[in-house]
Design a protein around this ligand. Sequence first.
Ligand code: ADP
Ligand code: MG
Ligand code: MG
Length: 256
Amino acid sequence: MSTLVIKDLKVSVTENEQERLILKGVNLTLKTGETHAIMGPNGTGKSTLSETIMGNPAYHVVSGSVTLDGVDLLRQTVDQRARAGLFLAMQYPAEIKGVTNIEFLRAAVNAQRDAADQLPVTEFLDRLDQNLALLNMSDAMAERYLNEGFSGGEKKRNEILQLLMIQPKFAILDEIDSGLDIDALQVVAKGVNAMQGPDFGTLMITHYQRLLNYIVPDFVHVMMDGRIVKTGGAELANTLEAEGYAGLRDELGLDV
Ligand code: ADP
Ligand code: MG
Ligand code: MG
């Protein structure tokens, strides 16, 4: 079992040449085998949390720690974090010019493995075929340049393909449901659910309860104003859907 521990994490960003504190002390422990969801209104720091965990330099860690099995991730490069077993699906995936999807996947899969243990091409292609089929994706998608001209839905689907190919220990999925129609959402959920098992942990970030009908979380956390203000089970998402964040603000006596 692996454990990702976020302790009293405070993070700032630069705004008009000044530092603004966005995360104001986030505590969260994720274990493999668990599915967590973070919900919360826009602008409360959800993406800031995922970007910080993955090492985006625009996010400045003021204090606190992020460790994977006791190893300090904050001192590691993005590459090292990925190798350690983290996977981040971005809210806005980047296009990579001149690299085909299949080339990218092959490099990403092998980067996780020792030089002496590279995945043989045939095995890679078998796995790719299986996962393309699972996600109702055409072979042509694998041959295209990464994310270039991909529709919103194709990008999200492609990220789940990456997830299935790379097989990380932990995945942070930031708004993988945004802009998806119901069919695409079901396909994405199928992919994430296929990953689930004792060696995989997920942190899903979402505005909407809808996603959580398809990927049922063990824990739901609510983030407001840079802090996790409430944690519950899957039912918490339903309460939020019914009462909105305003109801929770009243309950907790928050004025954010
Ligand atoms: P959420 O994902 O919960 O909608 P974000 O983490 O994206 O929220 O943003 C939290 C706050 O931090 C917002 O006010 C946003 O404008 C600000 N912020 C996020 N990223 C940056 C950045 N790279 N530079 C400046 N401000 C940022
Ligand atoms: Mg947002
Ligand atoms: Mg966001």
